[in-house]
Design a protein around this ligand. Structure first.
Ligand SMILES: O=P(O)(O)OC[C@H]1O[C@](O)(CO)[C@@H](O)[C@@H]1O
Ligand SMILES: [Mn+2]
Length: 454
């Protein structure tokens, strides 16, 4: 079925900085060097801390790391070839093989450079090189250069978090008595809160404050017109179908996986949604998937995940700290679990997952629904390619479908599929930045059943 689909649609080229003036070009030319400069500043500002912790060794590591990062920034800005990684970590060989793959595709070694290669590849590679620079300098290997921004964005969104926990408390209080329709209403609201939580990443703003300041529930109505595709009814149908034994192959607990994106307010909204899913028994288990190392400025690592739960428990607000305690107990009971896998911090399109990370693919197959948060996940779902806007989401997925899945994404990169004829053109004439401003969003669903439709 998917094979037939694939032969009809030729796969378009990857977005790339080689298209001068494109969003990819502007990102590689402007945003990535700005992010690197901030990383360098952060390391330099923490020089005294490294000295206090590691003495002269810490100072030496700080200098060498900055040297490596400045060298990389220069390679980027002068469009030098992408280099092999020199550290020896669990994913090093796989990154170097991926480079080889790009070299084979592009014909020669030198053409795999910062501006001439796929944008998705070089942008991911930059974050991996930041890690390499740290890892090559042992005393500061584990230092999270993005930690300050992530914690700050958490604290700046606290008001909105309290509002959300007060709402949650209202729902949880009489959750047993809620009708199916009331549950559906809360589900839709919390799904949308989690969707708009994705506005709050720190990568698109090159690390500038981007926290949530208004009430997340009250804003939903006015945001509705900005949801360009809303498949939430299909998400609900997938969840409720999984409840009925006999309707699916498995009769065991309903499991929802959330492939996390950003720390701060977005993660908070994901936890609130996950809490609702298990409290309402729409799901019995939630598996969270985060990153193995700091990634795209604000993405969630295991540390961020644990830290967020601890901070929530410690909040000076009755319902917020109650939520934190509840979340902690979900983890303790195994109702929630946190997972990471090196594939999430590699540059692959998700259609490669089955071949390149079969263990992760098999893990996701155990879910009844997988929610993919955020823009980067959308780029990986669709391969970050120059698809026409009217191409179906299933076509762009190119066979990726370990389980029913849904992308919750605010648009911050110029790839968008699954629109109605003329919709993209109309948006483009009204609002030229519609694909990159984070103002618009999609709730886009795909499952084996929906595959036949595009
Ligand atoms: O956190 P998100 O939603 O994945 O957004 C990150 C996005 O920001 C950007 O860094 C902006 O260039 C994109 O590359 C990336 O897709
Ligand atoms: Mn992110």
């Amino acid at each position: 079925m998917m094979a037939a689909d694939r032969t009809v649609h030729a796969v378009p080229p990857s977005l790339s900085a080689k298209v001068v003036g494109s969003f990819a070009y502007l990102t590689v030319r402007d945003r990535l060097p700005t992010i690197l400069t901030k990383v360098i500043d952060t390391i330099h500002r923490n020089k005294n801390k490294f000295f206090e912790e590691y003495g002269e060794e810490g100072i030496r590591a700080e200098k060498q790391t900055i040297g490596l990062l400045s060298k990389m920034r220069n390679e980027l800005q002068t469009d030098k070839p992408v280099l092999e990684l020199a550290d020896e970590l669990q994913d090093t060989a796989s990154w170097n093989q991926y480079l080889q793959r790009q070299q084979d595709l592009q014909g020669d070694q030198d053409s795999v450079s910062w501006f001439k290669s796929p944008w998705l590849y070089v942008e991911c590679y930059m974050y991996r090189r930041v890690q390499e620079a740290l890892w090559l300098n042992p005393p500061i290997s584990d230092y999270d250069v993005f930690n300050e921004g992530k914690t700050q964005s958490f604290f700046e969104s606290q008001q909105a978090m309290m509002t959300l926990c007060t709402y949650s408390e209202g729902v949880n209080k009489n959750i047993e008595e809620l009708s199916r329709n009331q549950l559906l209403e809360h589900f839709n609201k919390l799904l949308q809160v989690s969707l708009w939580g994705n506005k709050c990443d720190l990568s698109i703003s090159a690390g500038q404050d981007n926290s949530q300041k208004t009430s997340p529930i009250d804003s939903l109505n006015s945001l509705q017109p900005f949801i360009l595709v809303n498949d939430s009814n299909m998400v609900w149908a997938a969840l409720t179908a999984a409840q009925r034994p006999g309707q699916t192959e498995k009769t065991s607990a309903v499991r929802v996986d959330i492939v996390l994106d950003n720390s701060g307010f977005e993660l908070f909204t994901d936890l609130v949604l996950a809490d609702f899913l298990v409290s309402s028994r729409l799901a019995h288990e939630v598996h969270f998937h985060g990153k193995c190392f700091p990634w795209f400025v604000s993405d969630v690592t295991a540390n961020d995940f644990q830290w967020t739960i601890r901070q929530t428990m410690a909040a000076n607000h009755k319902w917020m700290s109650k939520s934190g305690v509840q979340w902690k107990s979900h983890l303790k009971e195994g109702v929630w679990s946190y997972h990471d896998h090196p594939f999430w911090t590699q540059p692959h399109e998700f259609c490669d997952m089955e071949a390149d990370a079969p263990d992760l693919y098999a893990t996701l197959q155990g879910a009844d629904l997988v929610l993919f948060k955020g823009d980067l996940n959308y780029r990986k779902l669709t391969g970050d390619r120059e698809w026409a806007h009217t191409v179906g989401f299933n076509t762009a997925l190119r066979g990726f479908g370990p389980a029913p899945l849904c992308s919750l994404r605010t648009l911050k990169a110029n790839v968008q599929v699954g629109l109605q004829p003329g919709q993209g053109e109309a948006l483009g004439s009204q609002d030229p930045d519609w694909m990159t401003s984070g103002k618009y969003a999609v709730i886009q669903f795909s499952s084996a059943e929906s595959e036949q439709k595009d």
